[in-house]
Design a protein around this ligand. Structure first.
Ligand code: PLP
Ligand code: COI
Length: 341
């Protein structure tokens, strides 16, 4: 694949796409230990045809971003949380966790090596960083690999959904994860199972699918790539409490911000039958940032949240505060930012 050059990119119109940047990180686990990683220019991976990850899906990944500040420096947002979550995902899949301090060091190395690709301040773009790990051992029976490869690539991105324009979503009849399954882990299989429901929702004219809890199909779980929130008529921030959703780093940050804004935030079960309690709603995640949800269609009935043509004031405030902290325009009260330079 041809390498991308910074002059090839229109920073204001990036979309959410892969670009083959000059450098990525690679490390290998074999003979019972990580070998010590390094940067490489090679974006290809060679597998044996029987490699564990190809057949039995022993793969976990992460997503975080690097942000260009007004002064030209670069911020990372809570990378230690991604390191921790990746270790938890790895444990759930019986994989060898990557040491958390090495993870952070490697993220920094990848961003520094590709720093010309961190989009300019004000463009709305960011550098998306994708750490991932996979079982490499050739295995025919279903059992965990004894060898792993850990990698981190990066790619400049713009908005994942449509920026701050409210979009319609459809409540899916499918599940992305099983009760007591792998919903809390960031593993490939959860995303593979979301491909068809997502395509169906898009064919039906929606931005994406929203999943219900897989046990009772009564409560809101999450989107395929983001957690859900709603703002009640009396101004409370609510987000689903569930064992089958990904513990979102954005959500945990927004819960703090919402507290500070006096929104009395709670994590609670949200019955889909009572979704009209919300006057604003949104999706939150690293890729999604805060993406307003204009309506949810459930069993053919559309539930709109306030004026679905305009982003609501609380959603806007949450976005401005979160993104303001991430790009360094607002004070970093909680020590979330790791400055690269
Ligand atoms: N839920 C799912 C299924 C996701 O893929 C993501 C994205 O990582 C999120 C939620 C949001 O998590 P975070 O805020 O840590 O990016
Ligand atoms: C992220 O937000 O980092 C994700 O992994 C979501 C993915 C659907 C792009």
């Amino acid at each position: 694949m041809a390498k991308t050059h910074p002059e090839d990119l229109d920073w204001n119109k990036l979309g959410f796409k892969y670009h083959d940047l000059p450098y990525r990180w690679v490390d290998e686990f074999k003979d019972g230990k990580w070998q010590g990683g390094h940067l490489t220019q090679d974006s290809s991976i060679t597998f044996n045809e029987a490699a564990e990850e190809l057949h039995y899906g022993q793969e976990v990944f992460e997503g975080l971003k690097a942000y260009r500040r007004k002064d030209g420096g670069i911020n990372l947002f809570r990378p230690e949380q991604n390191a921790k979550r990746m270790a938890n995902s790895a444990k759930r899949l019986l994989m060898e966790p990557y040491p958390e301090d090495e993870f952070i060091k490697a993220v920094k190395e990848v961003v520094k090596a590709n720093q010309d690709f961190v989009p300019p301040y004000g463009s709305g773009g960011t550098l998306y960083i994708r750490p991932f790990m996979m079982g490499m051992q050739p295995i025919v029976g279903v059992s965990p690999s004894e060898t792993y490869q850990f990698r981190i690539y990066a790619t400049p991105v713009g908005a994942y959904i449509k920026g701050l324009k409210p979009m319609p979503y459809e409540v899916s009849d499918y599940d992305r994860a099983a009760p007591a399954g792998t919903g809390q882990a960031k593993t490939a299989g959860n995303y593979a199972s979301s491909l068809m429901p997502s395509l169906i929702a898009k064919k039906n004219g929606f931005a994406d699918a929203l999943y219900l809890d897989p046990k009772e199909h009564k409560y809101i779980d999450e989107f395929g790539g983001a957690n859900f929130f709603g703002i009640t008529k009396d101004g409370q921030f609510q987000t689903p409490k569930s064992d089958s959703i990904l513990p979102s780093i954005t959500k945990h940050s927004i819960l703090k911000i919402a507290e500070e804004l006096g929104l009395n935030p709670i994590e609670t079960k949200i019955p889909i039958d009572d979704v009209d309690r919300f006057v604003e709603a949104g999706a939150m995640g690293t890729a999604a940032v805060i993406s307003p949800v204009g309506s949810l269609t459930y069993q053919g009935k559309k539930h709109a949240f306030g004026d679905e043509t305009k982003v609501g004031p609380i959603t806007q405030k949450l976005y401005d505060t979160l993104f303001g902290i991430q790009v360094g325009d607002l004070e970093d009260k909680y020590n979330w930012i790791v400055k690269l330079n």
